[in-house]
Design a protein around this ligand. Structure first.
Ligand SMILES: NC(=O)N[C@@H](CC(=O)O)C(=O)O
Ligand SMILES: [Zn+2]
Ligand SMILES: [Zn+2]
Length: 427
């Protein structure tokens, strides 16, 4: 038995226009896409009526913290994958800052096994660059790649030593794997929780300077040029980083970059109080940086959108701005936020937003998904573009409740998610 998705709105990649289509799915693949004016025989098959809904390739999030092993009270591979599915994501890449750190073959296998058993979306693990993300000794890249790691990153901390980073890039290049960098120079960050800017001044707080990110971006671009590796910059947040990435791309250096919804939508001036739900790393920057992020995404300097979904417990976040851990959840609000703030306002086309969350991440990381095409995996999400709903953390499937977006009235809520032709989540 196959599945017909009838009368859905599909954005055609070539024309970028919305067209009404019927999709037929069987054996995990998209078998047919026909114009909705044609009649189709659905006999003997399951039918999903998608009239008025957007039918998109499932979203891809290349930056997610699933917290397992070790921090299961914050999130598990299972709960994180359910959160992803509810957010319309069908593929997520998970960060290695777990306990133990995903920096040995055993842990990579553990993550993959758990994902195979319990995850309802596709989970792609990164492995750490250094043992325990301590920056002292490289991990065994070859063994980790053979075990299934798709790239290398010490996300959560920056690699402080330039020679260490250069050696990592040289090894990754040999294996044809990317290096994904959390850019942060510890000698410029001294225990601050927010950016240097209006909020820090108002509260008499020390700020995290923009240079602490950009100095690593600049260093690493030079090292990527020297080694020829694919270098991917995590959660870009500063105007200066964007400037450096733009120049590197013009020079033909193999650099790609990601940005998070919160860095496109919020600045430090929006932070209402010393509240842990507004604390993340990198921090919310100045309005000028936010403008630079939007411009960089629009001109292709920044390639894709990721959430940096970083769940923490309510107890941890209740410790406030100074003492709570960095990070906010993102999987269940990403699309509605961006759709409501950038597409319904006419700033971006729907096609533009979708490609930043589907086709481009697939292209950049060489994934066999991210497009709605006959013969491709049926990783599909249906979205209600009309109904307005408020963000309500009590309805989240993630274990995390840590979001600054509570109460935001948004459109663009996913209603059904399919992975390899199986419905894994429906409203
Ligand atoms: N982004 C965050 O604020 N936190 C992340 C770490 C990271 O992405 O650097 C986490 O693991 O909690
Ligand atoms: Zn990071
Ligand atoms: Zn992260």
């Amino acid at each position: 038995m196959g599945i017909w998705i009838l009368n859905g709105q599909v954005v055609e990649p070539a024309s970028k226009k919305m067209v009404q289509k019927h999709l037929f799915i069987e054996n995990g693949l998209i078998q047919q896409m026909t114009d909705a004016t044609e009649s189709v025989n659905t006999e003997g098959h399951e039918v999903i009526e998608a009239k008025g809904k957007l039918v998109s390739a499932g979203f891809i999030d290349m930056h997610v913290h699933l917290r397992e092993p070790g921090f299961e009270y914050k999130e598990t591979i299972e709960s994180g994958s359910r959160s992803a599915a509810k957010g319309g994501f069908t593929t997520i890449a998970c960060m290695p800052n777990t306990r133990p750190v995903t920096g040995d073959v055993e842990t990579v296998k553990y993550v993959l096994d758990k994902a195979e058993q319990e995850a309802i979306v596709k989970v792609l693990p990164y492995a750490s660059i250094t043992v325990n993300e301590l920056g002292r000794e490289l991990t065994d890249f070859q063994a980790l790649a053979e075990a299934g790691a798709i790239g290398f990153t010490d996300d959560g901390v920056g690699v402080q030593n330039a020679q260490m980073m250069k050696d990592a890039m040289a090894r990754a290049k040999q294996l044809n794997k990317p290096v994904i960098a959390h850019c942060e120079d510890d000698s410029l960050v001294t225990g601050a929780a927010v950016t240097e800017g209006a909020f820090a001044r108002k509260h008499g707080l020390k700020g995290i300077p923009n240079e602490s990110e950009a100095i690593h971006v600049g260093r690493d671009i030079l090292l990527a040029e020297a080694t020829g590796v694919h270098y991917h910059v995590c959660h870009v947040s500063t105007e200066q980083s964007v400037r450096l990435i733009r120049q590197a791309k013009q020079l033909g250096i193999h650099v790609t970059a990601e940005v998070c919804p919160h860095h496109l939508l919020l600045s430090d001036e929006d932070i209402p109080a010393l509240d842990g739900n507004w604390k993340m790393n990198p921090p919310l920057r100045t309005p000028r940086d936010v403008e630079a992020m939007i411009e960089a995404l629009e001109d292709g300097t920044i390639d894709m959108i990721v959430t940096d979904h970083a769940p923490h417990s309510e107890e941890e976040k209740a410790k406030g701005m100074a003492l709570s851990p960095f990070g906010i959840v993102g999987l269940e609000t990403a699309f509605p936020l961006l759709y409501s703030k950038f597409v319904t306002t006419g700033k971006w086309t729907l096609a533009f937003l979708l490609e930043k969350m589907t086709a481009i991440p697939a292209q950049v990381f060489g994934l066999q998904t991210g497009v709605l095409e006959v013969g491709k995996a049926a990783d599909i999400t249906l979205i209600d573009l009309e109904t307005t709903k408020a963000v309500d953390p009590s309805t989240f499937l993630t274990k995390g409740r840590n979001t600054p977006f509570t109460g935001w009235e948004l459109k663009g809520w996913p209603t059904l998610t399919m992975v390899d032709g199986n419905i894994v989540w429906a409203e």
